[in-house]
Design a protein around this ligand. Structure first.
Ligand code: FMN
Ligand code: SF4
Length: 479
């Protein structure tokens, strides 16, 4: 048995996987029962839970994009008329940008891949979803697998690809059966295979590849390395995947939500799509919401909703510290609750990845504990290929431990800041560049809180010694 920061079930924690089968909403009694059943010969597959989708909110008056009634092949039926250039034009008009974190314009990515002539080309659906607190892709794959497949097929048609691959997070293996069934249904309807969707000479099929549980493999080039059977390390960026991706051939890598958005927006039409959201940030966004609130789950919000409205919807209890888009994202204080969730405000900051999750912590939570939890995660998940990330994450964790023990002083604060800038400037991939975000932001945003945590202003003798913690350790010592 081992602990892991997140298995993509933050809306029904405590949760566990046994042989990759999910068990949710655990408590002591339930765990005891599970162990009893296994001892009596039941297999985890027989007794596991069926995780709920927990879709808590969709925009009223039929304005939902992702959860409207779905009909297989509706968007594909428009491809003959649109042609590849027409699809790219629709994506440009709709301003659709990638939902995996970086908001890269999807139309631009597809157009670039289309321009390269090497073949075959590949479409990869990034379903690695490893950012702690994020589970929207899990819900889409379980609830709307058809729209994800359809988005991949549209991508294949647009760029001229022959193969689609879903790179599925190892912890989501329990979704394979459902996805395979949907792929079979698409094949049976002629939406996959030769002349897919009835389009002459468009031959396209999809398979699933299971990841092996490394967060960094969600980074698109590490993902490609892992798919090629190599160690999952990000590539140095001589080429973008659209030019030399999987097997050094042109490849589109998009997030699950991006593919589902494409299928939905082609069905709906860009005119209708643009009526949702706000100018400069059209459409809707899926938010994975968890933590200290009454209704954890998935919220489909129109871009532009305020943090306050979202906190109200989920019944947040005494919110204080909110981590937006996972540990690599942005932390905000409840004082910022009137900020808008959009690509122009809350999710607009450069160098912050924005997968769309909200982790709510109330005022009883210790910010330093939260930050140590994040830094342990990054230290563990760093692939170690570059020194600033490998050493920096270790050093940040040590500094936070000093802070926790009342030993940190002004020098530690200075070093935290300087390591953060070194990591941002010199790390090879987004993991190292974003790992220190929450630490640095919380030092600025929760100044009052940290003022009580830093002892002294220099390397002086004023450092605090926590007698209580020292005695507690002694009392718990077992020879
Ligand atoms: C450390 C790290 C982890 C990432 N994990 C994911 C992930 O789980 N899913 C995802 O779609 N993108 C992830 N990304 C972003 C991908 O590299 C890539 O930008 C994205 O899949 C592109 O799809 P999009 O254009 O649809 O957003 C990650 C990036 C980094 C640096
Ligand atoms: S930044 Fe970290 S995760 Fe990324 S390549 Fe360097 S060591 Fe690996």
């Amino acid at each position: 048995m081992y602990e892991t920061p997140c298995i993509g079930l933050s809306d029904q924690e405590p949760a566990a996987l046994i042989d990759f089968y999910p068990f949710t909403n655990l408590n002591a009694l339930k765990v005891k029962e599970i162990i009893q059943k296994i001892k009596h010969g039941k297999s985890p597959s027989e007794i596991c839970d069926k995780p709920l989708d927990n879709i808590r909110f969709t925009p009223a008056n039929n304005r939902t994009i992702f959860f409207a009634p779905y009909q297989r092949g509706q968007a594909i039926s428009k491809l003959n008329e649109l042609g590849p250039d027409g699809v790219i034009e629709q994506l440009r008009i709709s301003e659709l940008s990638g939902r995996g974190g970086a908001f890269f314009p999807t139309g631009k990515k597809w157009e670039a891949c289309r321009s390269f002539k090497d073949s075959p080309k590949f479409i990869i659906c990034n379903a690695d979803e490893g950012e702690p607190g994020t589970f929207k892709d899990r819900v889409l794959l379980n609830n709307q697998p058809g729209s994800v497949l359809e988005g991949m097929i549209i991508a294949g048609f647009t760029v001229g690809a022959a193969y689609g691959i879903i790179y599925l997070r190892g912890e989501y293996q329990w979704l394979v059966e459902k996805l395979e069934q949907e792929i079979d249904a698409f094949r049976a309807l002629g939406l996959l295979g030769n002349n897919a969707g009835g389009i002459k000479d468009f031959n396209f099929d999809i398979r699933i590849e299971i990841g092996a549980g490394a967060y960094v493999c969600g980074e698109e080039t590490a993902l490609l390395e892992s798919m090629e059977g190599k160690r999952g390390e990000p590539r140095t960026k001589w080429f973008y995947p659209v030019e030399k991706g999987y097997l050094q051939l042109p490849t589109v890598v998009n997030n699950v939500e991006t593919f589902a958005s494409v299928a939905r927006l082609l069905s709906l039409g860009t005119f209708e799509y643009l009526k949702r959201g706000m100018p400069g940030s059209p459409g809707t966004k899926l938010i994975s919401l968890s933590g200290d609130c009454k209704l954890p789950g998935i919220y489909e919000i129109e871009w532009g909703m305020t943090v306050a409205e979202l906190l109200d919807l989920c019944g947040a209890e005494d919110p204080y510290f909110i981590q937006v888009s996972g540990p690599s994202g942005e932390c905000i204080s409840v004082k910022e609750k009137y900020r808008r969730i959009s690509m122009l405000d809350l999710l607009a900051q450069k160098d912050i990845r924005c997968g769309g999750s909200f982790m709510i912590f109330n005022s009883s939570r210790d910010i330093v504990d939260i930050l140590i939890n994040f830094s342990e995660f990054f230290k563990h998940e760093s692939c170690g290929a570059c020194t600033p990330c490998r050493a920096g994450n270790f050093i940040i964790e040590r500094k936070l431990e000093r802070l926790q023990n009342g030993l940190a002083d002004a020098n530690d604060l200075k070093e935290l800041k300087s390591w953060s800038s070194i990591m941002k400037a010199t790390s090879r991939c987004g993991l190292g560049k974003t790992a220190s975000n929450s630490v640095i932001q919380s030092l600025e945003k929760f100044e009052d809180y940290f003022a009580t945590r830093f002892a002294g202003t220099d390397n002086s003798i004023y450092r605090k010694f926590d007698h209580h913690a020292a005695i507690t350790q002694y009392e718990h010592y077992k020879p």
